[in-house]
Design a binder for this molecule. Structure first.
Ligand code: AMP
Ligand code: ZN
Length: 493
């Protein structure tokens, strides 16, 4: 496919704090790196949202005809508790608690991650490298940083000398922090005394005798620092300077700041042309996070087995809900929001599914080519999916008017309308036309709502024989009811 040169994308670059015209380093090609998950537990919906934002961006660039190399890593070593330089490796800790091999943990949660992303209709990235598969590249990179005078070894561990780096560079350029402020705000923690300064970060850590995941290096048997892997892998697959680097907002500091510092220290170059940060998904008004326990897993949302939502939602409804917000806005996951999205999504699909049977006429009462460009304009404006969806609904209105014969469309315009809607709804937003299964789930939910209401009424009337009968007979056909704080939910396994 030819690149649609008409489409001038503007991207909000976190580095400059401005929207900038997107001009890939090499015409027609895009290199994009996104920090992947640390595979020590099931992904939550917050993680899914960040990866979905970049899936949508990947899809749009592909749609325009760019050759995209999309690299999204798997962090399977080196990420310590609290994102710190001391403490236990997140994966090793889980392995210790379950008395199994760290690589069993890695395998289990990598599989879960892929299953979840498949469920939400993600495209696979072009390359999915692992930290443990790139130890040699990381050791080489550390050696270069040491040779260039920005890394130092103490007791078998190697640290990045932030103060030295900041003399000739700007540590804090991405996160808009100043080293002086960081110095005032950092507390010296026990065990960090090896470092020249508390702001320095680990490039290589000597492994304690109990640390299972370890590799030989010139400095010690140990393991690489978390920030280092992304620099090593992005350089290997995308070069020393590439187009887009993405991740969640929470990774800006220190993770991405350290990536910039490592690259500049090793290669003397800024690694990335456009830094993109996806905003957080919230639950109950607070950031969704494993560590605070404020999260919901995809399986819980899709099965309805949770105490937060009134019913189960299909993956495309959840995707539509997420796409209704800009990737740069905070989004609160609520039952009401999902209910509204479900309605909207079905309205959109009903219109899409009516396209094949629309009557045509000799005139169009709606400017289809103008509308088509409006769809592109929305996406060109920093991938503004909520505006895109609002624009798609202009077409929904038009389609419904044609259906009830208050508007007309020519055959040629209908073709354009069909192709454009299909491209944006399915290829770019990544939504799926409701399959029989999903429709079945929605119908089942509707029927279950009625039964659960009847049971509630029976209970209110003290007709416990009836309420138990409803519960037991549902159980007999494989549907379990669960009474929770927020009401009753059901599951089908
Ligand atoms: P982790 O596995 O913790 O490194 O996280 C994987 C990705 O999910 C990172 O890009 C995080 O920024 C992102 N992430 C974590 N929590 C949230 C959240 N509540 N909303 C959106 N993205 C998140
Ligand atoms: Zn990273």
């Amino acid at each position: 496919m030819q690149i649609s040169t008409k489409q001038n994308i503007e991207i909000y670059n976190s580095l400059s704090g401005k929207k900038e015209q997107f001009k890939p380093i090499t015409d027609g090609y895009v290199g994009m790196y996104v920090c992947g998950p640390t595979v020590y537990s099931n992904v939550h919906l917050g993680n899914v949202r960040t990866f979905m934002s970049f899936d949508m961006i990947f899809r749009y660039l592909l749609h325009l005809g760019y050759k995209v190399r999309y690299v999204r890593n798997i962090t399977d070593a080196g990420h310590l508790e609290n994102d710190a330089d001391v403490g236990e490796d997140k994966i090793t800790k889980k392995a210790r608690l379950e008395a199994i091999e760290p690589m069993e943990i890695v395998q289990r949660y990598t599989v879960d991650f892929h299953n979840v992303l498949n469920t939400f209709n993600f495209l696979p990235p072009s390359i999915e490298p692992t930290a443990t598969g790139h130890i040699i590249e990381q050791i080489d990179l550390i050696q270069t940083i040491i040779d260039n005078g920005f890394g130092y070894e103490v007791n078998g561990s190697v640290y990045f000398d932030v103060h030295k780096y900041n003399q000739t560079n700007d540590y804090g350029i991405l996160s808009k922090r100043k080293l002086e402020d960081l110095i005032h705000n950092t507390r010296e923690l026990d065990g960090q005394s090896d470092k020249k300064n508390p702001q320095d970060f680990a490039l290589w850590k000597k492994a304690e005798p109990t640390h299972i995941m370890r590799w030989p290096s010139p400095w010690s048997d140990g393991f690489p620092g978390w920030h280092l892997e992304c620099t090593a892998m992005s350089t290997k697959y995308l070069g020393e300077y590439f187009d887009i680097h993405g991740g969640g907002m929470d990774l800006k500091f220190p993770h991405h700041e350290c990536e910039i510092a490592q690259n500049k220290a090793a290669k003397g170059k800024d690694p990335v042309k456009y830094w993109m940060h996806a905003n957080m998904l919230e639950l109950n008004g607070a950031r969704m996070s494993k560590s605070t326990g404020n999260y919901i897993n995809p399986a819980e949302l899709l099965s309805g087995q949770n105490d937060i939502m009134s019913k189960a939602y299909s993956p495309s409804v959840v995707r539509f809900f997420m796409m209704q917000a800009s990737y740069r806005s905070v989004l609160d996951l609520t039952d009401n929001g999902l209910l509204a999205s479900e309605k909207g999504f079905h309205k959109l699909l009903d219109a899409v599914n009516a396209l094949d049977t629309l009557p045509t006429s000799s005139t169009s009462t709606f400017n289809v080519s103008e509308w088509k460009q409006k769809c592109y304009d929305a996406m060109n404006d920093d991938f503004n999916t909520p505006i895109l969806i609002a624009t798609l609904f202009e077409a929904v209105k038009y389609i419904n008017q044609i259906k009830d014969e208050s508007a007309t469309i020519t055959k040629a315009d209908l073709e354009v309308l069909k192709n454009t809607i299909n491209s944006f709804v399915f290829d770019i937003l990544g939504l799926k036309n409701v399959s029989k299964d999903e429709k079945g789930t929605d119908k089942l939910s509707g029927a279950m709502d009625i039964l659960m209401k009847l049971r509630q009424e029976a209970k209110a009337n003290k007709d416990f024989a009836m309420s138990d009968k409803i519960r037991d007979e549902l159980a007999a056909v494989g549907i379990q009811l669960k009474d929770g704080r927020e009401g009753t939910t059901f599951s089908t396994n």
